[in-house]
Design a protein around this ligand. Structure first.
Ligand code: HPA
Length: 272
């Protein structure tokens, strides 16, 4: 089946289930699915019901959309994302973004768990992503360009929308939930990095490292969706502390920050 047909079918299905256009889509990272509990008048759509949709496999990722109201805005939450390391193609990983576009989404908040590369960071910090480095050696836009979405050679000079970053920083001050700012560096995973890789990432300008987000942000930019990115620094990256890394620590830290994460995202959504 043609890629565009697949996207349209998935979008039509979701459209038939929801009463309003979602202005804002929010992708919830590892351990951050808790935001779904805050949504009012919830309509849940499991990915497994949606035509042409892949199904998420990682522990801590539930695999459904939640449509509803948050801070009086129509939002579409994505609880559970698709990762390249799971074996999905870059097209599958980013299919939801194109579906968002067809649903009329104008703004996207992407969240993730990430390792702190910047030694001024500490576990539990929330980082506003100001830019990223795509080190996945892959790109979701490779292949025939779908002109309906955007140009062959899209501009990426404002990948994380400056206005949304300003809003996030102002909200952070207003509600006294401090944030840090930095560059998100993507590797595919699934292994955590080596200490030498982390030193290299730091030299290349990365402040946080993770295994998601960048493909979605590329596709969002391609189709003119404005993006805000928030990383939860769940651990210091490899070699910084004298301890091994594991997924449990990642989930544990994201659980600890959930109160301030919810406060921050709610505050931002209310001002968007
Ligand atoms: N590295 C890569 N991805 C991650 C990390 C990390 O240290 N922590 C959470 N996601």
């Amino acid at each position: 089946m043609q890629e565009l047909t697949k996207i349209k079918e998935a979008a039509e299905f979701i459209k038939s289930k929801i009463p309003h256009v979602p202005e804002i889509a929010i992708i919830l990272g590892s351990g951050l699915g808790i935001l779904a509990d805050e949504v009012e008048d919830k309509i849940e759509i499991p990915y497994s019901d949606i035509p042409n949709f892949p199904v998420s496999t990682v522990a801590g990722h539930a695999g459904k959309f939640i449509f509803g109201r948050l801070e009086d805005k129509n939002v579409l939450l994505m609880n559970g994302r698709f990762h390249f390391y799971e074996g999905y193609s870059m097209k599958e990983v980013t299919l939801p973004i194109r579906v968002f576009k067809m649903l009329g989404v104008k703004k996207l908040i992407v969240t993730n768990a990430a390792g702190g590369v910047n030694t001024n960071f500490k576990p539990g910090d929330l980082m506003i992503i100001k830019d990223h480095i795509n080190f996945s050696m892959a790109n979701p836009l490779i292949g025939r360009n779908i002109e309906e979405f955007g140009p062959r050679f899209p501009d990426m000079s404002n990948p994380y929308d400056k206005e949304l970053i300003e809003i996030a920083k102002n909200v952070s001050k207003d509600i006294d939930v401090p944030v840090v700012e930095g560059v998100y560096f993507m590797l595919t995973g699934p292994n955590y990095e080596t200490p030498a890789e982390i030193r290299a990432i730091r030299k290349l300008g990365g402040d946080a490292v993770g295994m998601s987000t960048v493909p979605e942000v590329i596709v969002a930019n391609h189709s003119g969706i404005k993006v805000l990115g928030i990383s939860c620094i769940t651990n210091m990256a490899a070699g910084i502390l004298d301890q091994p890394l594991n997924h449990e620590e990642v989930i544990e830290t994201s659980m600890k920050v959930r109160e301030k994460f919810i406060k921050l995202v709610r505050g931002i959504v209310s001002k968007m």
